[in-house]
Ligand binder design. Structure first.
Ligand code: SF4
Length: 340
């Protein structure tokens, strides 16, 4: 085999440092994100992240199941999202009936989901989020985490979510927030603060990552996710929705996404965020993603009324199968990584 170059050996040194488990400095993270994802050191990074995550979790993975509550056009205009008014892809007021939401939650728990998440666009009334969360909480096992993903919320709203039995929220400062979206970064950061103060747990992610994002941008987003206090985090690629204004930017490949997942694990170390997202394939699972999202209802990554009918959402069987192909067992019962 060809000897390693000085540059390759420098990357291997950073990987070794990451595998000690105490996290990496920003300059080290940036060097990993700059690695060519088709190179042999990229394979080494994927191996290292995968090994570290597997050991941290004892080979246990989790599936968090999302119910998209509505698909009404959203004024926040995130350019990657099918709900954004600017993309002109969805036109009708579309809200899932409460009976269906409750039924999906029951089905998901029966199928082995480890947490349930309710997703709503910024055009969905907050009172409806409370109503749906309350109804779902009633039919879920008491120990099963209930998570929401809504627009930015105030401290008072965060407290109201907690009062109806919500355990936490998915929340992120997305890539190029404020530039590819119409949401100021400050609003996103304030919501993190409000969630923490209300005693809600947080799930976050470096997302949605596309080919245009630089190692510097990825490093900044990674540091923010590490410092967010989230219980679960990781990296997720953008799914390009045909017809969106940024569709021509394309998507990153699965192996590049898997390298990013591995880098997040090495960057965060082994003492925080035991769930690393997001699993999209057996390769990403083998590279360190032990958290997958299954999806029903509306989905910002497609234009279906229900993503389970030919859209982009994974079902629980797919997630389980990919984890098993990578040697993981899916946890039975309520989330451990999200134990509150
Ligand atoms: S990502 Fe969320 S806030 Fe942005 S347009 Fe889509 S639904 Fe609205």
């Amino acid at each position: 085999m060809k000897e390693f170059t000085k540059e390759e050996l420098a990357i291997i040194d950073i990987v070794e440092h990451g595998m000690e488990g105490n996290g990496l400095a920003d300059d080290e993270i940036m060097k990993l994100y700059a690695v060519d994802w088709r190179s042999r050191v990229a394979a080494h990074i994927r191996w290292a992240g995968g090994t570290m995550q597997y050991e941290m979790s004892n080979g246990t993975a989790e599936i968090h199941a999302q119910i998209g509550l509505n698909g009404t056009p959203c004024p926040k205009n995130c350019k990657f999202c099918s709900f954004a008014i600017v993309n002109d892809l969805r036109h009708d007021k579309l809200e899932m009936p409460k009976a269906d939401v409750v039924e999906y939650a029951k089905i998901y728990e029966d199928q082995g989901a480890n947490a349930i998440l309710l997703l709503a666009t910024a055009s969905y009334k907050f009172s409806n989020v409370l109503e749906m969360a309350s109804a779902v909480r009633e039919v879920m096992s008491p120990g099963m985490p209930l998570i929401t993903n809504t627009e930015d919320i105030t401290l008072d709203q965060a407290k109201q979510l907690k009062a109806v039995g919500v355990n936490g929220a998915y929340h992120a400062v997305r890539m190029r927030e404020g530039e590819d979206t119409e949401i100021p970064v400050e609003d996103r950061l304030q919501t993190f603060e409000n969630l923490r103060e209300a005693g809600l747990s947080i799930s976050t992610c470096v997302e949605p990552v596309g080919p245009e994002h630089t190692p510097e941008e990825l490093t900044r987003a990674t540091r923010l996710a590490i410092d967010s206090g989230a219980l679960s985090a990781g990296v997720g690629r953008r799914i390009s929705v045909p017809g969106t204004v940024i569709a021509d930017r394309g998507m990153i490949q699965d192996d590049r996404n898997s390298m990013n997942v591995a880098i997040y694990r090495l960057a965060a170390g082994k003492h925080i965020q035991p769930l690393n997202c997001s699993m999209s394939s057996a390769l990403s699972a083998a590279s360190g993603a032990n958290l997958a999202w299954a999806e029903v209802g509306t989905n910002p990554r497609d234009v279906q009324e229900r993503t389970e009918n030919g859209g982009q959402g994974y079902d629980i069987a797919y997630c389980r199968d990919q984890f098993e192909k990578a040697g993981y067992q899916v946890l039975e019962g309520p989330s451990q990584g999200w134990m509150l």
